[in-house]
Design a protein around this ligand. Structure first.
Ligand code: ADP
Ligand code: GLC
Length: 519
């Protein structure tokens, strides 16, 4: 099929504007399990505003249809050879929330329309009868299909991306496919590649036998390229094949070069450290701003934060049938229920905290059965103090950010983290473990930081329940004991600007370096 469509965004912009193509497995508004979706739904809008037009490509899931975003079919089809079959797909078109940045969705019902919250089937995993979650056995094929569909869609749609920016393991093979002979990025055709690691713990590791099934040459299966302890590693593919690698905070960029955080890839990353940059995530204040958030009980800003939060807190207490006590400190958490998020620390710290009179805890989360059970037990033990929603609920996430006094984020590791940044804006003081992006974004309350007006939260270092307990107790003491100082910390957080503008400029700098003519 020959298509001569003009690259979106190009018509109205000077020809010199480079087109950036973002490819990711989830995009907010279409499908979401975590912060990756938020990033890919927001960053391209800001880049476009700054003169770097973007398009986004993502799979069309069942939840995408359920989200009811307006989408149009395009006449374009892809056909990907996979495991001896030819798999067909279709391309749909929509836009990001700004109504400007085009989103191309890859439709392939067999691969992408199996998610179903009722039966516990997610984007990447399904739930066994015993409640455990396991990866779909054909994830390698599903995302290898997606990557190859992106390569074909570039040609079919007549796009001329200057840069293909891939995110996380699901698109790690994209830089590899782009460079295959005859493909758009091959032979110095001028497509540059950037790969962002949002979470190094998820690598997309598959048995070597999958290689020929997904159209990759055995010659690539060596320790310098795709091989990882005898298996195929998709995240490593992105790290090795992309020209530039980024991750989502400066601290995490250093951490992942160490054995503890690197999850086996520390050597590969250290070897490419001159290509690795840490750029912290930003917040989309169109979506996360209590001054105009339609999902919360009352709108507020720093001038009326006490009144606004009081209304939101009462609404949250009602929602969870907790006693409507205005001065009971309410701790909140919104999280994927996985080891990363420090739930093992909560298990230890919650009982002594809840033993204190009046402390309330509200948790919204979805994930591993062991953590679901732990939270259910906590609620059964303290029914008057614990509110629990074991589901995925965007509206409730906003209501917890607005209604809680204190936000808990005791992560084992945290590449960037968005919820602590949302909490700052909602005047909900974060208690965080100082790791990755949490260390880079939250300033611990001390006499010095209070005096200098820089304190925004409570940080602790040791990965121990006692450390979370101690930090939360410090927060509770200030909340109860010094209203004026508490409000100072709240307002400092609310006044900070974590919008995407600054971080988008960092990405632009990186793109400019790639696009600069070679000497
Ligand atoms: P991660 O990407 O590791 O999950 P982030 O802090 O970067 O962590 O982003 C998490 C995002 O996912 C936030 O937008 C948060 O509100 C959202 N989220 C996580 N769990 C849920 C849930 N159960 N319901 C609604 N939103 C959730
Ligand atoms: C990952 C990380 C989180 C980060 C998000 C978006 O899921 O766990 O820290 O904010 O990606 O980059």
């Amino acid at each position: 099929m020959v298509d001569d469509a003009v690259a979106p965004g190009k018509a109205s912009r000077p020809d010199a504007s480079p087109l950036i193509l973002h490819a990711a497995s989830e995009v907010v508004g279409f499908a979401k399990t975590g912060g990756l979706a938020d990033v890919v739904g927001s960053l391209p809008c800001v880049l476009a505003r700054h003169g770097y037009p973007c398009v986004v490509m993502t799979p069309l899931y069942r939840s995408t249809r359920a989200a009811r975003v307006p989408m149009q079919a395009t006449p374009h089809r892809v056909r990907v050879p996979l495991a001896g079959r030819e798999i067909a797909g279709a391309i749909w078109q929509s836009t990001l929330a700004d109504g400007e940045v085009p989103v191309y969705l890859v439709e392939q019902p067999e691969f992408f329309e199996r998610d179903d919250p009722v039966s516990g089937a997610g984007l990447y995993q399904f739930t066994r009868l015993d409640g455990t979650r396991v990866d779909y056995p054909d994830n390698a094929e599903r995302y290898a299909f997606f990557c190859q569909a992106v390569v074909q869609a570039i040609e079919r749609l007549g796009l001329r991306p200057a840069i293909v920016h891939a995110h996380d393991w699901q698109t790690g093979l994209l830089p590899v496919y782009l460079q295959k002979p005859g493909h758009p990025g091959a032979d110095g055709a001028g497509i540059h590649t950037v790969f962002t690691i949002h979470n190094i713990a998820y690598q997309g590791v598959f048995p070597a036998e999958v290689l020929p099934r997904i159209g990759l040459d055995w010659r690539l299966f060596n320790p310098e390229q795709l091989e990882f302890y005898g298996q195929l590693n998709c995240l490593k593919a992105g790290i090795v094949f992309a020209e530039r690698i980024t991750t989502v905070s400066a601290r995490y960029a250093l951490e992942i070069q160490t054995p503890y955080f690197g999850c086996g890839l520390q050597g590969v990353l250290s070897a490419r450290r001159d290509r690795l940059t840490g750029i912290v995530n930003g917040v989309d204040y169109r979506i996360w701003n209590p001054a105009h958030d339609p999902l919360i009980a009352s709108r507020y800003d720093s001038s009326n934060v006490s009144e606004g939060k009081a209304i939101c807190k009462a609404a949250l207490q009602r929602r969870f049938r907790l006693p409507e006590q205005p001065r009971a400190p309410l701790l909140g958490m919104v999280s994927r229920l996985v080891e990363q998020k420090g739930l093992d620390l909560l298990r230890e710290a919650a009982p002594p905290l809840l033993a204190e009179d009046g402390v309330q805890l509200v948790v919204l989360g979805d994930g591993e059965p062991a953590y679901r059970r732990m939270l259910q037990e906590l609620q059964a033990r303290y029914p008057q103090q614990v509110g629990l929603a074991l589901t995925f609920d965007e509206g409730l996430a906003h209501q917890i950010e607005a209604g809680a006094d204190i936000y808990l984020m005791p992560s084992l590791y945290e590449p960037s983290g968005l919820n602590q940044l949302y909490s700052l804006k909602y005047g909900t003081v974060p208690v965080v473990r100082a790791t990755g992006g949490l260390a880079d974004t939250i300033v611990d309350v001390t006499p010095e930081t209070l005096a200098s007006g820089t304190a925004t939260g409570f940080c602790f270092t040791a990965y121990a329940g006692s450390a979370l307990l101690e930090a939360t107790r410090r927060a509770l003491a200030l909340y109860r004991g010094d209203r004026e100082r508490w409000l100072q910390v709240v307002r400092t957080g609310m006044s900070q600007d974590w919008s995407w503008d600054r971080s988008a400029r960092e990405y632009q700098k990186l793109y400019d370096q790639l696009l600069a003519p070679a000497d």
